[in-house]
Write a protein that binds this ligand. Structure first.
Ligand code: ZN
Ligand code: ZN
Length: 95
């Protein structure tokens, strides 16, 4: 599924800092929900620093960005499918 959060063709850049190098796919809801993130297009491009970087990365210590992306993904998902379906699938409210 294409991302519903970012147009990968028009915005081929880090979702956060807009730099264009070392881009990686980040699935907003990871672990057990990674497949669901893929299925519903809840993913963004992040540069390596903001993806796996130890300090600034969402898989590192950047909890604020990690949470911000989840809020946004929930909002966009709910615009399309509603809150009830969101809760049924992902089970955790971030808003
Ligand atoms: Zn970045
Ligand atoms: Zn990731």
């Amino acid at each position: 599924m294409k991302s519903i959060l970012q147009d990968y063709e028009e915005q081929r850049e880090c979702f956060y800092c807009t730099c264009k190098s070392n881009l990686q796919d980040h699935h907003v809801f990871g672990a057990a929900n990674r497949k669901l993130s893929e299925k519903y297009g809840l993913k963004v491009l992040l540069c390596m620093k903001h993806h796996t970087g130890q300090i600034e990365g969402v898989h590192g210590q950047n909890k604020a960005l990690r949470l911000e992306l989840k809020k946004m993904a929930q909002r966009e998902f709910e615009k399309l499918y509603g809150h009830e379906k969101y809760m049924k699938i992902f089970g955790k409210n971030y808003l």
